[in-house]
Design a protein around this ligand. Structure first.
Ligand code: FUB
Length: 350
């Protein structure tokens, strides 16, 4: 495989020539850091104006790859930060280690963070001692930690990939869930079914499994309500179907608001797209609109969308540094909205 071409990277936007060998993929963006493997970037700008990325920390565990993602055996988190896109990126010391989470057993997957009243909240999924994915929360007085975990997972939480969205009225909502290894299909009846399907519910003509939402309590440590489904509709107002693999929800929900429009963005998993749907309420329904990101190198695709100094950015990951599915690296690219609010699709490699 030839060396990568960098069109947009940590050193800023630049146009580069074809790689010298003229072979191998041509990448749109350069990895933000190479000291550690990172994935699932949740990018935020807090009160101090600095950019913080809450990411998974990929490691080599030696666990064979399977459809449940057993090879993603992460054990801790580091926060990345920078003062501007394209500026130097700091990899901060361990923010939270699995050994300091009393309820967690294994697999610290994609995190997110929130800020309220002087406290930073790190939300993270992990399998509990019974091997059931739950979502935990840890707090810190600084954006980079160290964070102190609550003794128990959030009551009523399940599955993975939390995204905590702050609405313009200050209310926070958590979106979460993911199928296959994320176990959401095992919660079809509101209770965990250990014998449930390991993939979708295998009902291609029925409504797909939908992501979940719960409003957060004032202290940000609990759900203020029972989680409920967030409905994703097609252009005819019908629920997206389980067999609609190019459009149905798989994992990695990320919600943002632009003007009065709520955008629910997510990964389609086995078809490797990041797509988006829009609505007029945080609870939905959301109508499918199109693709944000074409497939990256690697199986997973996971992202966030953030407005930074008046420009929107997509944070995402691929396997440019390692060439291995479970050893990923995060990057960023500018995101462009059309005048009608639709989003121009990014092609991350050619
Ligand atoms: O990083 C582990 C898992 O892979 C994440 O939770 C998913 O979104 C996928 O990126």
């Amino acid at each position: 495989m030839g060396s990568a071409i960098i069109l947009f990277g940590a050193s800023g936007c630049s146009q580069a020539a074809q790689d010298e060998a003229g072979e191998g993929p041509v990448f749109l963006s350069e990895p933000l850091v190479s000291e550690i493997y990172t994935a699932d970037p949740s990018t935020h700008v807090w009160e101090d104006g600095r950019i913080y990325i809450y990411a998974s920390h990929d490691i080599e565990s030696g666990i064979p790859e399977d459809d449940l993602g057993s090879h993603f055996a992460m054990r801790d988190y580091h926060v990345l930060s920078m003062d501007r896109v394209g500026g130097p990126v700091t990899v901060h010391p361990v923010a939270l280690d699995i050994d300091d989470v009393p309820w967690a057993g294994r697999q610290m997957w994609a995190p997110d963070a929130a800020y309220k009243d002087g406290t930073y909240f790190l939300y993270f999924p992990a399998k509990d001692k019974q091997d059931v994915f739950r979502i935990g929360v840890a707090t810190s007085t600084t954006p980079v930690g160290p964070f102190t975990a609550q003794p128990e997972a959030i009551a009523g939480s399940y599955s993975m990939d939390p995204n905590v969205f702050r609405d313009s009225d200050g209310t926070h909502y958590m979106y979460f869930g993911g199928i296959w290894g994320g176990q959401l299909q095992r919660w079809a009846n509101g209770q965990y079914d250990a014998n449930g399907s390991v993939s979708d519910l295998e009902q291609p003509d029925q409504p797909a499994i939908m992501p979940r939402i719960a409003r957060m309590s004032g202290n940000m440590l609990e759900f203020a309500e029972e989680p409920r489904e967030v409905m994703l509709l097609d252009e005819l107002g019908q629920p997206l179907l389980g067999g609609d693999n190019d459009r149905r929800f798989f994992e990695g929900a990320w919600v943002f608001k632009r003007g009065e429009t709520y955008y629910l963005t997510y990964s389609t998993g086995d078809t490797h797209y990041v797509v988006y749907a829009t609505g007029t309420s945080p609870y939905g329904p959301f109508t499918y609109r199109g693709r944000i990101l074409n497939p990256v190198q690697g199986w997973t695709s996971h992202h966030s969308v953030t407005e930074i100094a008046g420009q929107w950015y997509l944070s995402y990951h691929d396997t440019q540094l390692s060439g291995q599915t479970h050893l990923r690296n995060v990057m960023m690219a500018p995101l462009t909205f059309n005048a009608d609010g639709t989003i121009q699709t990014i092609t991350p490699m050619r």
